[in-house]
Design a binder for this molecule. Structure first.
Ligand code: A2P
Length: 292
C-alpha cells in the first residue's frame, strides 16, 4: 500500500516500510532493491544493524530517486555523546546527503569504552538536546525516538530543553504486544508510532494463533497480511522485515481488501502476550510496564 501517515512536522511517512533488523549481509541489499522496485517507499535501518552501507547500495541499485524514498536510521547507544559525528557516519555509510528520520535508538547512553556502563553525566535528555541541533542542517528532515515508554517520554517532554516533540516513537507493536496505553499516550502528544517486529519477528507464535488464522482464512489473505493491515488500521506504520522477495512483495499487498471493525477488535483481543525485544542487555532499565 502507498498509504501514508501525517507527522507533527507536516511530513508524510509511508505506512509500510521494509525492516532490516537481522537482515544478513549479502541479503539485505537485494531485499531493499526488490522492495523499492515493488513499490515500497520506506526503508528502516540503524547504525547498530551494521547494514547501512548495503542498504544504501540497495537503494541506488533500485533506480528509485532518493527523494521518493523515506529513509530512517538511528543513533546507536555508544554515540549519544557524539550526535554530530553519529549522523555523519550514518550518512556516509548510506551514501546519502540526508535521512528522512533520525531516531534515538534507545533511551540509554552507553560508554563506548565499556558497553556495560551508562554514562553517569549524560542521559537521553542530553542526547535529545543535541539531536534537536540537527534539524535545519539539511542532514535530517525529522527527529524522533525509539523504545521510549510513557515514563521516559514524560521525562523528555517535561524537560525545559525539549523544544521539539519527537515526530515518531518506534516501538515493538504486534498482536502479542499492542501497548494500547503507550500508543494512546503518543497519540495524545502528537507522536506517531511506528511498529517494529510487526510480525513478531522470527519463530513468531502469531502464525499459529487461532484468531488470526480464522480471519486470514475468511479473507483469503495470509496471516502476515492481516497483521500488517491491522497495525495500519490501528494508526501506526509497520516495518515488516523480510529478505525473501516473495514475502517482501506479499507484505506490501494491503490494498483492495479490508478488515471490519469487528475483525480489528478480535485481533485487539488476542490474549497471548509476548515481547521480542527486552532491555536486559542494556546498562539501564528502559521498560517499566507502562508500555503495556
Ligand atoms: P524472512 O526474512 O525469511 O522472510 P518481523 O517483521 O516481525 O521482524 O518478522 C520478521 C520475520 O518474519 C523474519 O524471520 C521473516 O523471515 C519473516 N517473515 C517476513 N514476512 C513474512 C511473511 N509474509 N510470512 C511469514 N514470515 C515472514
Amino acid at each position: 500500500t502507498s498509504k501514508t501517515f501525517k507527522l507533527n512536522t507536516g511530513d508524510s511517512i509511508p505506512a509500510i516500510g521494509l525492516g532490516t533488523w537481522q537482515s544478513q549481509p549479502g541479503e539485505v541489499g537485494k531485499a531493499v532493491e526488490s522492495a523499492l522496485r515493488g513499490g515500497y517507499r520506506h526503508i528502516d535501518t540503524a547504525f547498530a544493524y551494521g547494514n547501512e552501507k548495503e542498504v544504501g547500495e540497495g537503494i541506488k541499485a533500485s533506480g528509485v530517486p532518493r527523494e521518493e524514498i523515506w529513509l530512517t536510521t538511528k543513533l546507536d547507544n555508544p554515540w549519544h555523546k557524539r550526535v554530530a559525528e553519529g549522523i555523519e557516519r550514518s550518512l556516509e555509510n548510506l551514501g546519502t546527503e540526508y535521512v528522512d528520520l533520525y531516531l534515538m535508538h534507545w533511551p540509554s547512553s552507553t560508554d563506548p569504552d565499556d558497553l556495560k556502563k551508562h554514562y553517569p553525566d549524560w542521559d537521553f535528555v542530553d542526547t535529545w538536546r543535541e539531536m534537536q541541533k540537527l534539524v535545519g542542517t539539511g542532514k535530517v528532515k525529522n527527529i524522533g525516538v525509539s523504545n521510549f515508554g510513557i515514563k521516559n517520554l514524560e521525562r523528555l517532554l517535561n524537560d525545559p530543553s525539549c523544544k521539539i516533540v519527537p515526530a515518531v516513537n518506534q516501538i515493538e507493536l504486534h498482536p502479542g504486544n499492542p501497548s494500547p496505553k503507550l500508543v494512546a499516550y503518543c497519540a495524545s502528544k502528537g507522536i506517531h508510532c511506528s511498529g517494529y517486529s510487526p510480525l513478531g519477528s522470527s519463530n513468531s507464535p502469531l502464525y499459529s494463533n487461532e484468531t488470526l488464522k480464522s480471519i486470514a482464512e475468511a479473507k483469503g489473505r495470509s496471516i502476515a497480511q492481516v497483521i500488517l493491515l491491522w497495525g495500519i488500521k490501528k494508526g501506526w506504520s509497520v516495518l515488516p522485515k523480510s529478505v525473501n522477495p516473495d514475502r517482501v512483495k506479499a507484505n506490501f499487498e494491503l490494498d483492495g481488501w479490508d478488515l471490519t471493525d469487528e475483525e480489528v477488535a478480535k485481533i485487539d483481543g488476542v490474549k497471548d502476550r509476548f515481547k521480542v525485544c527486552g532491555d536486559s542487555w542494556l546498562p539501564v532499565k528502559v521498560f517499566f510496564g507502562d508500555d503495556e
